[in-house]
Design a protein around this ligand. Structure first.
Ligand code: BG6
Length: 514
């Protein structure tokens, strides 16, 4: 019954309502890791599934001297390395390769942009991309200013004609603190309008993250209990087993707070905490999210010391493999104080969430890979089974698994069979793969598609970026002043430093580890 219902919504053609315009996608950083791992597989899938409109082309750009053919070969290798089996074996590659082109550009050299413009216009004259242009900034943030300014010098920041659009996708991190984010925002808003700017956070493209909205606002049973009256605390965990993955240069300057908390985790938090939007339009949804960020007051130095924990991994074992300590990773500065783990308690100071702690934690080289949002409900007001086998309150728990093993579990208490009244938590489980039997699309695929159809709902707006940096920047500043003080070490393969447990224990709570 349930399945029929699900399928009937698919056949209504809801998916096909989203129309992607034909376009030239220019990728700056076309030979980099992000393009190879994420963007090319995503674009290929859009093509395979018919979402890359006819007439679209992809113009890769980076400093490497390739011709079109060499670029196509490189991208083929990327699919072989990072694509799924379906992607690798799809005979459609040869056709897709025909829409891939390349131009070598030094993005810092303004004189290179005339040539880029020429190349774009040549393609536009011979193709059907209708003058629509998307520039993807798949490069480290230190290049963002130059690319934006240089595009504007040759007027590539403006739409080519009245009926076309020009958009830019900017990768995270958008700035490295509040000041630099403000600077970037004001620079970009001089050259582009907010409607043209797509600040990407790939977590928002994850199917399970979007399901959060469906879960909260597509069901009537949760809203009445989704507040301080019923929820004791909220826990958001983004645990990774990976370490630096050859990104020491970026990561050692960045750390877990900037890399994961300012963007991905705060975005998850906002979806849990936001008020119901009146509809699903981009600005309406984003208005509600930003209200959440505004309700989290930046912490004072003392509050930071009290409520925020940072850690750095040491050597240890994960899945039977020895792992080196962060300090000994290639490319990490001697005596680096970069945090590879961060945990904190945040308070969303509004009517719905007053006094409900939001505990968040993220780290590299932890025991397992798991991104999960857990809502711990308040205990029952009175324990009637005392003396009959149940002496303790066992909280109800709602666990929203973002990855892996995507799904939602609700833990309720049931009587253990047998004499007495011994209660035990049992799990009601919804699992994506067994329910839908379908491949979950890659987050970049979803987000690129949204951008090509002009939908900014899952992209961050200026005010949200600034509001999140306002929460994070005082912590960064305090840590900078503190040097290595309170930088707790934790062994690879653990759940992080013990101090993170103390953080929640102080409130009489505990982390729920699955
Ligand atoms: C990226 C971070 O944004 O997200 C990485 O820069 C991190 O350090 C990654 O590993 C995690 O993404 P996912 O989709 O694997 O959870």
């Amino acid at each position: 019954m349930e399945k029929n219902y699900i399928h009937s919504t698919e056949t209504l053609g809801l998916e096909s309502e989203r129309h992607c315009d034909p376009c030239i996608v220019v990728i700056f950083g076309a030979t980099g890791d992000l393009t190879r791992r994420k963007l090319m597989p995503a674009l290929y899938n859009l093509y395979r599934n018919g979402f890359l409109a006819e007439g679209s082309i992809i113009l890769g750009s980076s400093r490497t001297e390739y011709n079109d053919e060499q670029f196509r070969e490189e991208m083929r290798k990327a699919i072989d390395e990072f694509g799924t089996d379906d992607e690798k074996n799809d005979p459609g590659w040869d056709d897709f390769a025909k829409v891939l082109f390349y131009i070598s550009t030094d993005v810092r050299d303004s004189s290179a942009y005339g040539q880029l413009k020429q190349k774009i216009e040549e393609h536009e004259r011979s193709g059907q991309s209708c003058g629509n242009r998307l520039f993807y900034f798949a490069m480290p943030p230190e290049f963002f200013d130059d690319i934006a300014i240089n595009l504007s010098k040759v007027k590539l920041n403006n739409p080519a004609n009245e009926d076309s659009w020009t958009r830019v996708i900017i990768e995270k991190p958008f700035g490295e603190d509040l000041e630099s984010a403000n600077h970037l925002n004001s620079l970009f808003l001089k050259l582009f309008s907010e409607k043209q700017i797509y600040r990407i956070d790939h977590y928002l493209g994850k199917e399970t993250v979007q399901n959060l909205l469906a879960f909260r606002f597509g069901n009537s049973i949760f809203e009445p209990i989704w507040n301080r009256n019923y929820i004791s605390n909220v826990q958001i965990t983004a645990a990774e087993t990976v370490g630096l993955e050859n990104r020491a240069d970026y990561y050692d300057r960045t750390g877990a707070l900037r890399d994961m908390v300012q963007n991905h985790i705060l975005q998850l938090l906002s979806l849990i905490a936001m008020e119901p939007p009146v509809n699903f339009e981009a600005d309406i949804v984003r208005d509600e999210k930003v209200q959440v960020f505004r309700a989290i007051e930046p912490m004072s130095r003392n509050e930071i010391k009290e409520n925020v924990i940072r850690g750095q991994y040491t050597e240890g074992v994960i899945n039977g493999n020895n792992k080196a300590s962060y300090a000994n990773e290639k490319g990490v500065a001697p005596n680096s104080t970069t945090e590879t783990y961060a945990a904190m308690k945040l308070l969303v100071r509004n009517w719905r969430w007053a006094d409900v702690p939001f505990y968040i934690r993220t780290g590299k080289r932890l025991e397992k890979r798991l991104t999960d949002i857990t809502l711990v409900f308040r205990r029952t007001p009175h324990l009637i089974f005392r003396k009959r086998g149940t002496d303790e309150h066992i909280a109800n728990i709602l666990s929203i698994r973002i990855q892996p093993d995507e799904g939602i579990s609700f833990f309720i208490n049931a009587k253990k069979p047998g004499a007495g009244m011994q209660l035990t938590p049992v799990e009601m489980d919804f699992n994506y793969s067994s329910t839908f039997h379908t491949r979950l699309s890659n987050a970049y695929e979803r987000l690129l598609r949204d951008c090509l159809s002009g939908d900014q709902t899952l992209y961050s707006r200026k005010d949200a970026v600034e509001a999140t940096w306002s929460i994070i920047t005082p912590i960064l500043n305090t840590w900078k002043e503190m040097g290595s003080e309170n930088l707790y070490k934790y062994p690879s393969g653990s759940w992080g430093p013990e101090e993170a447990n103390v953080l929640v224990k102080k409130d009489g709570k505990k982390w729920i580890n699955y």
